[in-house]
Ligand binder design. Structure first.
Ligand SMILES: Nc1ncnc2c1ncn2[C@@H]1O[C@H](COP(=O)(O)OP(=O)(O)O)[C@@H](O)[C@H]1O
Ligand SMILES: [Mg+2]
Length: 298
């Protein structure tokens, strides 16, 4: 689902951030990207999100050659990704419910869908009791769990997180990694850049180490592609909720989004840039046919 083929990235400054990276990450994998500061980890993620293009080589995401994806199609690509930021990027004058609901509303979800799904996703990240709180009334760990809920709200095929626990205390960091692990078990690909060695050691996930722009080690795949992964056993109320969610997801996948009341593009100029960044980053819906034009290799 993600493939780097001989990827080099040289920034305009002349810095070579990545050198001949060849990596394949399958649907359903959980991958830690580790390495020193300046190694090229964020560049690796930015290439996946098509925030940057390679200087040479090709990056493929969900069978799209990213070099062929047109600029206006990028939002559709990003909607298949749930992006989690180190600095949370919540909207401080919206409560928790609305911070999450907002990402769903802009892709045209109905009120009914929003009111059904937002509490559910907030319960997945153990925040059902905080729906009416505002971001600045929450701890760093709680804010990041809102960020995680927002990333998940539109059922992305992958979660991409650049040092998601960088501003979170160690205990909460563990909980966030555990949440990501549970989400991954349900089939979502998870790619996490982290500095936290202790966390990497506690979880038995694939570890790709980047040093000075080069992949210097790769522990290899830890899970079979998701199609072959077993459905989790129902051993708790929580997992029962997960099972129910399978149905919900299907319903959600198949609905035809209505025209948003305020089309995202029209509202762009009036938006604060951080809001726009969030829109670009967190909206997650499957690409329509136009996203594949000239780039798809089904
Ligand atoms: N936009 C940019 N322009 C120029 N150089 C950059 C840019 N972004 C990153 N770099 C440089 O590329 C290298 C890799 O950066 P980055 O991918 O952010 O590393 P990491 O996330 O591992 O700390 C560093 O030397 C960094 O200074
Ligand atoms: Mg970085």
């Amino acid at each position: 689902m993600i493939e780097f083929q001989g990827v080099h990235k040289i920034y305009d400054s002349g810095v070579q951030a990545l050198k001949d990276v060849n990596i394949k990450i399958d649907k359903g994998e959980f991958v830690f990207i580790v390495g020193e500061s300046g190694a090229g980890k964020s560049t690796f993620l930015k290439l996946i999100m098509r925030e940057e293009l390679p200087t040479a080589g090709e990056v493929l995401v969900n069978n799209y050659k990213l070099s062929k994806v047109k600029k206006k199609e990028v939002p559709y690509l990003r909607r298949t990704m749930g992006i989690v930021f180190q600095d949370f990027r919540l909207i401080n004058n919206m409560n928790v419910f609305d911070n999450v609901a907002f990402a769903m509303r802009v892709v045209g979800a109905s009120n009914r869908q929003v009111h059904k799904r937002v509490p559910y996703v907030l319960s997945l990240v153990n925040l059902e009791g905080k729906m009416r709180s505002f971001p600045l009334e929450l701890s760093g760990g709680e804010q990041q769990r809102v960020g995680l809920a927002r990333a998940l709200i539109n059922n992305p095929s992958m979660i991409v997180a650049d040092e998601p626990t960088g501003n979170v205390d160690p205990e909460m960091s563990f909980e966030i990694m555990e949440l990501l692990t549970r989400i991954n078990r349900l089939g979502t690909t998870v790619i996490v850049v982290t500095h936290a060695h202790d966390l990497v050691e506690k979880f038995n996930h694939r570890v790709i180490k980047i040093s000075d722009g080069t992949v210097v080690s790769d522990s290899g795949q830890k899970v079979k592609p998701v199609e072959e992964a077993p459905i989790p056993n129902v051993s708790s109320v929580e997992e029962l909720a997960y099972k129910e969610e399978y149905t919900d997801y299907e319903e959600y996948d198949n609905y035809e989004p209505a025209e948003p009341e305020v089309p995202a593009e029209e509202s762009t100029p009036a938006m604060a840039s951080d809001v726009q960044a969030i829109l670009d980053g967190v909206l997650t819906e499957q690409p329509d046919e136009t996203a594949g034009k000239g780039g798809a290799e089904e």
